[in-house]
Structures are given as structure tokens and as C-alpha cells.
Design a protein around this ligand. Structure first.
Ligand code: EPU
Length: 426
């Protein structure tokens, strides 16, 4: 639980490693047969710990030293993972492709993750079937086994973890595999780089990738370094612009945020970019935007809830078309409690300009809506905004309160026992 007061964010913030690039790194290490996987720049957030628990349940173990995580996989077996653990995150689903590749069999419960609409795994199953694995769908989950008999996977829709799984399971093939309609998110590109580092060859075309796993080099140990988290970076850029502040984000890859930068500029925010830093300077009123949230390189759905709040400060109506998760609107219902005028029409979120007010209790129901409610609390007029279930933010943002406090956010956090542990509340 946290209480937030109107604040202006100013200063510098260091971006952590990418949460969603960690899962495919684990998958790549297992697939490559490595006994030890070292992953540097790991953000120590809750979803990562759940993934490490999954590794333990499979028989592996790990060590954490600062932001370096070492995973030991020698004793890993393709056994069934506890449903309760598995359903706490989405990224764990890459274990399916990794185990199938390393052992020729895998059995996973249906995964969970943030409640942001339907999240089936039919495309992951299709990938395994396309390759000729035997696949059984049980009430509990998905079981796959056998050898690769075919070499073409074709996705009906673009899926990030589905593409990661398809790449991982293809590494078992004794010849080239072709994947069409693949997702191009930077985290998928990183998986390709992890595997290229150890000899797997990829040819990337506009709509397909061809994987040649035959040149894979068997490794005792592999090491990967995670890219900066583009969603954390985007969250800080949007937060700074929303609060009319000025923030420099450090340790980023600006190319991964191209559309976000373009949209912030189009709205009227000032942006300065250097090699690995972006500075944003906000203002009180923005030009309205039309945003399409879709797969990369389009605007990230994971930043849709955050920019919804900023667009309350537009001169006139803004529209966001949410094409990835049309039901990702948890934040809208909470923002309305603060006085926001936002309509939902099909997959469109229509945002009318207007002030929002604190003195309200709102509930964070998923990771990114928690971030959006923080921004709302920072721009709300009057009394503080009380965010229930705020802790969900720890699933994906490393040291979030420490970082926003350094930037000047005024809040206090109430621990379960009622102790206020951040004394900077104004
Ligand atoms: N979909 C299907 N069938 C499938 C797979 C996906 O219909 O088998 C649909 C989904 O319902 C959705 C669309 O395809 O409508 C795209 O989903 P995708 O599979 O790409 O999402 P994901 O792999 O489950 C990852 C991120 C999410 C992020 C999405 C979209 C990880 C661990 N998670 O999820 O991140 O929103 O891609 O970019 O990589 C977050 O970090 O807060 C988060 C939710």
C-alpha cells in the first residue's frame, strides 16, 4: 500500500536489466546444454525469483551475486512443475521449448501472468505440432515429446514468448527450421543473439527466420548480459513528461524506444538523445495523440496504461487502439475513480482531457496498471492517492520506490503492520 502526492520528477535514473529478456536467456542456456548459465544485469524483481523457483523445482539450483545470477542445470529433469508456482508468471512458459529441445520431452502446466485479458498458449502448442512433436493437451497442461520430423513453423498471430519457444524447440532439429510470422521484439532479438554467440546460425527476413542449429557448439558454461529494460525506461520517460518534470534516463538503448520517443515528441515534450541516455522535458499541456499499441516496432502494449494517464493532459481527445490485449483496461476503471473521463469502445481507449483528483483509493490489478496509477498519483490534485496492492509493481520494476524517491516523488509506504517506512511524505 502506498500513498502518493502531486510531485514533479527531476534528475537522473539508471535503468535496470530487462525482466522479459531474462526468461529466454534461461531458455537458451538450458537448450545449449550448459551446466552453468551466468546471466548478468539481472533485475532482482519478483518474477525473476519465481523463475528461479521453477528451476529449483526442475532439480537445478542458483546463486545470486549482486545483479549476476548463476544457474546450475546439471540435475535438471523434464519433470512436471507445480501448477501454483508456474501460474504466478508468464515468462516461465519458455521452459516448454527449452526442455523439449534438451530432453525431447516437456510437460508444463498452463502458465499465468498478469491478468490483462486472454492469454492462451495455442500458438506455442502449434509450434510444437508444426515441428512434428507429439503433443497432448491435458486438463493440467501441455505435454510434448518425440523428435522433430518437420521443419516449418507458421504462426497465425505474432507472439513474443511463442516465438521464443519456437526458436528454442527448433534447436533440437538436425536441419534448418523456418519460422514465419515471428515476433520481432528486442527480447526475441536478444534470444537470437544468445544462441548466435554459441554457434547457432540465423537468417532473418522480413517475415521469417531460418535457423540452422547444426553448427551449435556444446558448452559447459554460457554467459549472457541482459539488455536494459525498455518498458522500465518508457515508464520513467512517460512519468517525467506527465509530471511536467525533466529526467535523464541512463543505460538505455534509444532504438528500442523509437515509437515512444516519436509519440512524446509529437505530443510536444522535448527529448534529447545521446548514445545510451534519453532526457525528457515535460510541459503542462500536450497535443492529442492517436496511438496504436501493437507488436514491435509499434508502440508497446506494456506502456499503454502509463501513456493513458499522460494523455489526460492533452488539449483535446486522444485515442489509443489496443491491438495486443484489447481487454487491458484495469487502469481505466481505477482512473475513473479519480475523476478521469475515459471511454472504452471495442479495443479503443478514448481519453478526454481533464484534471484528476487524489483522496481516492485505487487498486493496482496488474504490473503495468500499477505503474500507471503511480503516474496518476503523481499528477493528481489535492489529497494523496492511496494505491492498494501496490506491491504488484515489485513483479517487474527493480527498486521502484527508491528510484522515484530519488527523482523527487512524494509518497509514503505503509507496511503490513502499519509502519510508515519512507519519511518524505509532504
Ligand atoms: N496469443 C494467442 N495465443 C498464443 C499466444 C498469444 O492468442 O498462443 C495472443 C495473446 O492473447 C495476445 C497476443 O497473442 O493477444 C500477443 O501475446 P504474446 O504471446 O506476444 O504475449 P506474451 O508472450 O504472453 C509477452 C510479455 C508481456 C507483453 C507481451 C506483448 C513476457 C514474459 N511477457 O507476453 O509482458 O505484454 O509479450 O508484448 O515476455 C509485462 O511485462 O508486463 C508483460 C505482460
Amino acid at each position: 500500500m502506498v500513498y502518493l502526492s502531486k510531485s514533479i520528477l527531476r534528475g537522473e535514473v539508471e535503468i535496470s536489466g530487462s525482466k522479459n529478456a531474462f526468461f529466454p536467456a534461461v531458455g537458451a542456456g538450458i537448450t545449449l546444454g550448459a551446466k552453468k548459465i551466468t546471466i548478468k544485469n539481472t533485475p532482482l524483481v519478483r518474477d525473476i525469483y519465481v523463475m528461479l523457483k521453477i528451476i529449483e523445482e526442475l532439480g537445478g539450483n542458483f546463486e545470486i551475486e549482486g545483479n549476476k545470477v548463476s544457474i546450475y542445470t546439471e540435475k535438471i529433469e523434464p519433470k512436471l512443475i507445480d501448477q501454483e508456482t508456474f501460474s504466478r508468471i508468464r515468462g516461465g512458459v519458455v521452459i516448454f521449448g527449452a526442455l523439449l529441445s534438451r530432453f525431447g520431452k516437456a510437460y508444463i502446466p498452463y502458465p499465468g501472468g498478469c491478468k490483462i485479458g486472454k492469454r492462451p498458449i495455442d500458438q506455442h502448442v502449434k509450434a510444437a505440432k508444426d515441428l512434428g512433436f507429439y503433443v497432448e493437451e491435458t486438463e493440467y497442461g501441455v505435454k510434448a515429446y518425440g523428435e522433430i520430423k518437420k521443419n516449418k513453423i507458421s504462426f497465425d498471430i505474432k507472439t513474443v514468448t511463442g516465438t521464443e519457444n519456437a526458436i528454442l524447440m527448433s534447436i533440437r532439429s538436425s536441419k534448418e527450421v523456418e519460422i514465419t510470422n515471428y515476433a520481432k521484439e528486442p527480447e526475441v532479438q536478444e534470444l537470437i543473439k544468445y544462441l548466435e554467440k554459441y554457434g547457432v546460425r540465423f537468417i532473418k527476413e522480413e517475415d521469417k527466420i531460418i535457423i540452422d542449429p547444426t553448427s551449435k557448439e556444446e558448452q559447459e558454461e554460457v554467459e549472457f548480459e541482459l539488455i536494459p529494460d525498455r518498458i522500465e525506461a518508457g515508464t520513467f520517460l512517460i512519468s517525467a513528461a506527465s509530471t511536467e518534470g525533466r529526467v535523464r534516463i541512463k543505460n538505455v538503448i534509444p532504438e528500442h524506444l523509437e515509437i515512444v520517443i516519436q509519440k512524446l515528441k509529437e505530443a510536444g515534450a522535448k527529448i534529447h538523445i545521446s548514445q545510451s541516455e534519453i532526457e525528457v522535458e515535460g510541459k503542462p499541456i500536450y497535443d492529442p495523440l492517436y496511438i496504436v499499441a501493437d507488436s514491435y516496432p509499434d508502440f508497446a502494449t506494456d506502456l499503454q496504461p502509463q501513456i493513458t494517464v499522460m494523455l489526460l493532459k492533452s488539449k483535446s481527445k486522444s485515442v489509443i487502439e489496443e491491438r495486443v490485449f484489447p481487454e487491458r483496461v484495469n487502469h481505466v476503471f481505477e482512473l475513473r475513480k479519480m475523476g478521469a473521463q475515459i471511454d472504452i469502445s471495442g479495443n479503443k481507449i478514448i481519453i478526454y482531457p481533464g484534471k484528476i483528483y487524489g483522496g481516492t483509493s485505487v487498486e493496482a490489478k496488474d504490473l503495468r496498471s500499477a505503474a500507471s496509477l503511480v503516474i496518476a498519483g503523481l499528477i493528481a490534485e489535492g489529497a494523496p492517492t492511496f494505491i492498494r496492492n501496490f506491491e504488484i509493481i515489485e513483479r517487474g520494476y527493480e527498486k521502484f520506490l527508491v528510484k522515484i524517491q530519488k527523482l523527487g516523488a512524494k509518497f509514503y509506504k505503509e507496511l503490513k503492520e502499519g509502519i510508515k517506512d519512507v519519511p518524505n511524505f509532504a
